[in-house]
Design a protein around this ligand. Structure first.
Ligand code: GBH
Length: 455
């Protein structure tokens, strides 16, 4: 890998019909947490229990439950072709099951989808962006094998009501976060500490849920609606700390523990004993279990081999790695996020090679700051990361079909509340009407979209 190629700015255009978008998620923007028959979710419970910085909550957030028309105007101004948002399960089924179907909730998403289409913006809809109905947590949440059928029931409702207009579906956003942060280190809802066993069960049930819903769509909706169903996984690039063979192996292992944990069963070689694996996988691969891989990418880690011993029962310690940052990479407002644009290109190449050239959508990419209006660091971040994505397409032939900037607007940043800002648009959370104002990066991103690349 020569440095020159990394640093060079690539002039060129994205393919015609490349999907340009911006992304949000229900709990982070909607508010209206108990309005019109919405049931509570584990994020309502988690924030109401005071687990968030400054005891903040998503009760009102960006008030998009009432202001979705403004959101669509902002998208229009950006010039995007797509909007990625998520459905709150407990808004359309208050306790998570069909018995509590909520017509008002369905109406909200119908209105949003219709408003988007009226403005020539295509919806890309995430079914699960972390807000499980509280009622389902009472029976164990994602640790309970029965969750698989419940998720499929919910997905069927969404496909039935919205499938005529929604052509891009994402089953899960970042199941790694659900599993490891929700059930491993417990910093995200539901905040269960079970790092050595529970996390593996949660992941297993999420993978089964994805596959079940993929087949549900295939068998009952695809012929009528002709949409695509994928899953969004998050992954940092993992760069060996040294050229030492142990560290190179550690970096590769780290990618497999992070992305491969979810992607190998769905896009790769399946699971379980090798002879079973070979026979089942050969057919499953041809049958397919996802139409595309959605990738959320923000940062890079360096990786070195580090023997963690056998004193821990933990997914983390099982890997025998350390993952520091390079001091060369600029800091951001989030301590987990440092700026290293070429990591995106390397990761896209790794995915292409390991999963045999899948269709990829970058479903999130972005950076945090304190909320400056002239957000120079965000403007540079988008320009450089998007340029590395262009290199992946043009120089490495990765089949990337679209890019969704995180985020359309400042919003509820999970455990950090409203302290870290990722928005293209500024939102004033001190004013009841939550006014939205474009930052400098709106102009930067709109120009890239309009030019479809870099002249
Ligand atoms: C995305 O996750 C989410 O999909 C989106 O909802 C979110 O707003 C956006 O990023 C910005 O954060 O709590 O210190 O243990 C990106 C991957 C995984 C990065 C969890 C932050 C938490 C680190 N994220 N990680 S920490």
């Amino acid at each position: 890998e020569d440095l020159e190629e990394r640093d060079m700015f690539y002039k060129g255009l994205f393919p015609p019909n490349f999907a340009w978008g911006a992304a949000t998620s229900a709990y982070q923007i909607e508010g209206g947490w108990n309005e019109d028959g919405k049931g509570p979710s584990i994020w309502d419970d988690f924030s109401h229990a005071g687990k968030i910085a400054y005891q903040q909550t998503g009760d009102v957030a960006c008030d998009s439950y009432h202001q979705y028309k403004k959101d669509v105007e902002m998208l229009k101004k950006l010039g995007v072709s797509h909007y990625r948002f998520s459905i709150a399960w407990s808004r359309i089924m208050a306790n998570g099951t069909i018995g509590t179907l909520n017509p008002k909730g369905i109406e909200y998403y119908n209105n949003l989808i219709n408003e988007l289409l009226a403005n020539n913006i295509q919806p890309m809809v995430t079914l699960y962006h972390w807000d499980l109905p509280s009622a389902l947590q009472k029976t164990g949440g994602w640790k309970d094998p029965a969750i698989v059928d419940k998720f499929a029931e919910y997905a069927r409702v969404c496909f039935t009501h919205f499938g005529d207009r929604v052509k891009l579906w994402i089953t899960f956003n970042e199941p790694f976060v659900v599993s490891w942060l929700g059930y491993g280190i417990a910093v995200m809802a539901p905040g269960v500490y079970d790092p050595g066993v529970g996390v593996y069960q949660v992941t297993h049930h999420i993978i089964k849920s994805h596959v079940k819903v993929y087949h549900l769509y295939n068998d009952h909706f695809r012929s009528r609606y002709n949409g695509k169903v994928g899953i969004t996984l998050d992954c940092d690039w993992k760069e060996p700390l040294t050229d030492n063979a142990l560290d190179r192996y550690a970096a590769e292992r780290s990618l497999k523990f992070k992305l491969g944990w979810f992607a190998d069963p769905i896009f790769g070689n399946g699971d379980y004993p090798s002879v079973m694996k070979r026979y089942i996988a050969r057919k499953s691969k041809l049958q397919g279990a996802s139409d595309f891989i959605g990738l959320n990418h923000y940062t890079t880690n360096l990786v070195n081999h580090k023997d963690k011993g056998i004193g821990w029962h933990s997914y983390d310690a099982n890997q025998d790695t350390d993952t520091p940052f390079s001091p060369c990479w600029n800091r951001t407002r989030s301590n987990w996020l440092r700026v290293n644009p070429w990591g995106l290109r390397k990761l896209l190449r790794w995915i292409k090679e390991r999963y045999r050239d899948p269709v990829v959508y970058v479903t999130e990419n972005g950076v945090s700051d304190d909320g400056e209006m002239d957000d120079v660091s965000r403007q540079t971040y988008y320009t450089r990361y998007i340029n590395e994505m262009l290199k992946a397409i043009k120089l490495d032939n990765v089949d990337v079909r679209g890019y969704m900037a995180w985020s359309l607007m400042d919003n509820f940043e999970w455990g950090s509340g409203f302290t870290q800002k990722f928005g293209l648009y500024h939102v004033d959370f001190d004013i009841d009407s939550r006014p939205r104002t474009p930052k400098g990066s709106v102009t930067t991103y709109a120009k890239i979209i309009q030019d479809n690349g870099f002249h």
